[in-house]
Design a protein around this ligand. Sequence first.
Ligand code: ZN
Length: 279
Amino acid sequence: MLLPASFTPLWSAPASSPPGGLWFVLESGRLLTSAAAGQADTLTVPQGDGPLVPVDGARCIGLLGEVPCWAARARTEAAPPGFTLEPLRRLFDRLPDELVAVAGRAAQALEFDRTHRHCGACAAPTEESDGGRARRCPACGEVYYARLAPAMMVLVTRQGPAGRELLLATGSRSGARIYSALAGFVEPSESLEDCVRREVDEEVGLQIRGLRYFGSECWPFPHSLMVAFLAEYAGGDIRCQEGEIVDAQWFPVGRLPALPHRLSVARQLIDHAVAEAER
Ligand SMILES: [Zn+2]
């Protein structure tokens, strides 16, 4: 998901910040929302001087236009009347895209705070550093920044008997049998290109060529940076990796299975390949 152009990322509130703002209150990955005024099918987040519920660790994460955006962790599992707490992923299409993206940043900032309260080297309590961007251990000097896990995604295509075909797979973790491009986390010492070739070989046993960068996107579940590529099939027969890939097939662009949500870089990658094939 992409932050809107009107969003200015910050790690603490600017001195001249107006009071109040938008509140992104999370409880175990669930976001506090309510129906937007006069629009029953559109959700929004609390707005005003306070977060409506008792919270811990409130921090400013940026400005949406001129409006400060606050992230905070709810100290209760119960939403107040008229509000609900729901997993962020289930709010796609009901919460405006720009609020989904800011909520993703809020979730990552709070997750960073939650998992770095103590130093991983000496176990002393850490304190805020670098204007809220980092946490530093006063005992041993170790400095921690928010974690990002680089992951690659690749859509392999080929010329089939009836036109362009896309290699799409469904994994053991895909509940609703959604088919997507191949993906995997980058390992230490690996380049993105090495990772793409290794993952394609491991997951489906194919060779590729002509790797082309497509784009990248933050995926805050919990902190992936997805880097997406297109590649051309170069050889091999599909052989699904046991325990990882349930099914992988060549799909003609005119006959695609259930695809990931439009906010995912995977879907944008697939849509791009389809548009390219139809050109
Ligand atoms: Zn330490």
